[in-house]
Design a binder for this molecule. Structure first.
Ligand SMILES: *Cc1c(COP(=O)(O)O)cnc(C)c1O
Length: 428
């Protein structure tokens, strides 16, 4: 039974948008090209549900790609933002809220004694790299194939052939000069990391400690410890990009769960509670190099914006231990329901999960690295997503993006999702 939804208004808006916005959108994945359909224009959202401009209602598993751990338009967050707005939207001068938020972050991340706020995760990772290069006096970076750290030139690099290759630009407009100092190795490949460390003096090893931008591909046992050791041996800084995982997989991110501390941590998404905010931080000794305490320059007109800080503070303050237990249970229930639904329909899938994140890979076994994620059946994922959307479930429209269950997802939402999944699998 395929349900038809009307999409007249979305189609009209898309036609207009294509005239003014490249591809009709302001960030590429929203266009839904990877799943072979046109984008859906959103009118409003509440809790775990979004409503499009044609009045169709969906259970949302994108949740703005991670910030909305409490779901959409949570009353306490909305109130905090409205209250802040009435007091002025931006001053270009420091506020108490920024100090409070820095305290809240430091309390959760023992490795982050000091931090600097930015407006996006891209800026935060760019600035963390600048700091790593400044303090080590080195330029070369190690990153992992399939990891995303924002659209920083030097990190928009893809692997050439073979292990531990110098990066080649992953986009026109990114000069080779920006990527030839980025070394790219496969995720979960300890030998490749060791080889790269033997061949290069690195400024930083940069990793999403639970990579979630090639789908969720958790580290194999001991891999994060290996990164910590190799960084120390090499004299490089270990930079964990916890933009997705920070405050989500645990209060203190992957560092808390894995017991491996980074030298610098990049944060974003949840920290801004749905408004533009991100940060990078580390030890006092490292962060005191940032201007004006030190001479590593970095600035931002809207950095530490009072609205974003208010949303971030309200978000973090509601994340108590019980919240993480609940988010983990929701994630597990969704994962096992999806596995059962796929098995019932005889569709081979592998569902990876950590608290608050999951990916359903259309493959017999879960990928260990980017090559594995690339080898999945992307056509089947696309068809599955189209089937879900037709039944009121809004999944991340790419095999490379993780699902973001939230604290607003109830057992009714999961039931509706799994009914839709059963039907969508049966159609494949
Ligand atoms: C989203 C993301 C970024 C970039 O953050 P923006 O705010 O989109 O610039 C960086 N790193 C990771 C791991 C992300 O998921």
């Amino acid at each position: 039974m395929s349900v038809s939804i009307t999409d007249t208004k979305s189609a009209e808006l898309y036609a207009r948008a294509l005239q003014r916005l490249p591809g009709g959108v302001n960030s590429p994945v929203r266009a839904m090209r990877a799943i072979g359909r046109d984008p859906i224009f959103i009118d409003r959202a509440e809790g775990a549900e979004i409503v499009d401009v044609d009045g169709n209602r969906y259970v949302d598993y994108v949740c703005s790609w991670g910030p909305l751990i409490h779901g959409h338009a949570h009353p306490e967050i909305v109130d905090a933002v409205i209250t802040a707005t009435r007091r002025g939207t931006s001053y270009g001068a420091p506020t108490a809220g920024e100090v409070d938020l820095a305290d809240e972050v430091a309390r959760r991340f023992p490795s982050v004694e000091m931090l600097r706020m930015t407006s996006s995760g891209t800026e935060a990772s760019m600035s963390a790299i600048r700091l790593a290069r400044a303090v080590t006096g080195r330029t070369t970076l190690l990153k992992f194939a399939g990891a995303y750290h924002g659209h920083v030139d030097g990190l928009l690099a893809q692997a050439g052939s073979g292990l531990a290759t110098a990066g080649i630009p992953a986009s026109p407009g990114v000069p080779e000069s920006a990527t030839h100092e980025t070394v790219i190795v496969p995720w979960n490949d300890g030998e490749a990391v060791a080889k790269a460390c033997a061949e290069h003096e690195l400024a930083a090893i940069l990793a999403e400690p639970y990579p979630a931008n090639m789908g969720l591909v958790p580290p194999v046992e001991g891999f994060l410890e290996l990164l910590r050791n190799k960084a120390d041996e090499n004299g490089a800084l270990l930079v964990f990009d916890e933009v997705i995982t920070g405050f989500r997989v645990a209060a203190g991110g992957v560092q808390e769960r894995a017991g491996v501390a980074a030298d610098l941590t990049v944060m974003g998404k949840v920290i801004g509670g749905g408004l533009p905010a991100a940060a990078y931080g580390g030890s006092r000794a490292l962060m005191d190099n940032i201007a004006p305490a030190g001479d590593v320059y970095q600035a931002g007109t809207l950095s530490g914006n009072p609205l974003a800080v208010a949303a971030g503070l309200a978000t973090l303050r509601m994340l108590d231990d019980a919240a993480y237990v609940r988010l983990s249970a929701t994630t597990e229930a969704l994962a096992s329901g999806l596995r059962d639904a796929a098995a019932g329909a005889g569709v081979p899938v592998a569902v990876t999960t950590v608290p608050g994140l999951l990916t359903i890979f259309f493959a017999e076994t879960a990928p260990r690295d980017y090559a594995g994620a690339q080898a999945c059946d992307h056509e089947a994922y696309a068809a599955f997503c189209r089937g879900l959307l037709a039944r009121g479930v809004y999944p991340p429209p790419s095999q490379y993006e993780a699902w973001f269950p939230s604290l607003a997802h109830t057992s009714e939402h999961l039931d509706l999702t799994l009914d839709a999944a059963h039907a969508a699998f049966a159609e494949l």
